[in-house]
Design a protein around this ligand. Structure first.
Ligand SMILES: Nc1ncnc2c1ncn2[C@@H]1O[C@H](COP(=O)(O)OP(=O)(O)O)[C@@H](O)[C@H]1O
Ligand SMILES: [Mg+2]
Length: 322
């Protein structure tokens, strides 16, 4: 079956560990530049995340990769083949999980998988086997004969994911796989993606959720305004750019003296917005003790680790969700 076949790299895959190579890739719509010269690689077996707010250019970048929109500039290679020229062969090796479920609502769950497999050129017998294997992967065996329109949102999302795996893809592209799902459903989808990761799949996913990026991705490209503004592992990016902890407080009467008394390494480590103050520090416990000694309200003051949202704010001056 397809998903387990991913654990056995083909000889070709071993000799070409770079699955995607994008060089100075751009996309313009009229005078508007949606993707503005991005350079990156996707390596075999990694989970690479595009993290950025709405409008950053994540979907446009992915659409160029899966051959539905041609680049306006730059170079793009997938599996060592030139994008555009070899579009059919490239598409045959990709699994795409779009942001909006594209299932056939009036077909059963099993038939959605079986017919997609037939469409990809599998024989009827192979298609049946593939459908059963993917039903198990998506934990939808009990719903096999149910029409898709009767499924919950989370089940539809798992089925969309499973359908993207029908052709044993060498790269799975997932555009905002959990946007709009409730927290419990997101967790079950994360489990499925972990499962794929353990089987050695190569995944490229986009998200505007920093927790999802940190939880699932081996490496991140942080995107804003069509550009890649930073690249690295989730923890590595944070550690390279920010002190590890943040003391946060809500001020009473506007007095920020105890927070100002903390030494910061960089003027940007002290952030005040209205009655809220955040101070980035090396030693969280020590800083907390000192602001409390200095008179900060213990009920309104806490320490947390620095995160990707903090990093994004520092790099771009705005948040991930706006
Ligand atoms: N077909 C299109 N025509 C014009 N502008 C577009 C088109 N597709 C996307 N854009 C614009 O390009 C920018 C990037 O969009 P998109 O790639 O969808 O961002 P993201 O997926 O990060 O939210 C947005 O400003 C969007 O409005
Ligand atoms: Mg998008």
């Amino acid at each position: 079956m397809g998903v387990s076949a991913m654990t056995t790299p083909t000889p070709e895959a071993i000799s070409t560990p770079t699955v995607v190579r994008a060089t100075n890739l751009s996309k313009r719509y009229g005078s508007f530049t949606a993707v503005d010269g991005v350079t990156f690689e996707v390596h075999q077996g990694e989970v690479l995340g595009l993290l950025g707010p709405n409008g950053a250019g994540k979907s446009t970048t992915m659409r160029m990769l899966y051959q539905v929109t041609p680049p306006s500039g730059g170079e793009l290679e997938l599996f060592g083949m030139r994008s555009g020229l070899d579009a059919r062969r490239i598409k045959g090796r990709l699994g795409v999980v779009p942001q909006i479920d594209n299932l056939d609502e009036e077909l059963s769950v099993r038939d959605n998988l079986r017919i997609t497999a037939r469409y990809h050129g599998l024989t009827p017998a192979e298609s049946r086997r593939k459908a059963e294997a993917l039903l198990a992967f998506a934990e939808l065996e009990a719903k096999a004969t149910v029409e898709v329109r009767a499924l919950s949102g989370g089940m539809k999302r798992r089925l969309t994911l499973a359908r993207g795996l029908v052709a044993d893809p060498d790269l799975v592209i997932l555009d905002e796989p959990t946007t709009g799902l409730d927290p419990q459903v997101r967790l079950t989808l994360w489990d499925k993606m972990d499962d794929l990761k353990r089987r050695g799949a190569t995944l490229l996913m986009s998200t505007h959720y920093m927790d999802e990026a940190e939880r699932l991705c081996d490496r991140l490209l942080i995107m804003d305004g069509g550009r890649i503004v930073a690249e690295g592992t989730p923890r590595g990016l944070i550690h390279a750019s920010l002190p590890p902890f943040v003391v946060e407080g809500r001020l009473i009467g506007g007095d920020d003296t105890p927070f100002r008394a903390l030494a910061v390494e960089d003027a940007r480590d002290f952030v005040r917005s209205g009655d809220r103050v955040s101070v980035f520090v090396r030693d969280g416990a020590d800083a907390l003790a000192r602001v409390l000694e200095g008179g900060a309200d213990a009920d309104r003051t806490f320490v947390r680790p620095s995160n990707l949202e903090d990093l994004f704010l520092r790099l771009t001056g705005h948040g991930l969700r706006e």
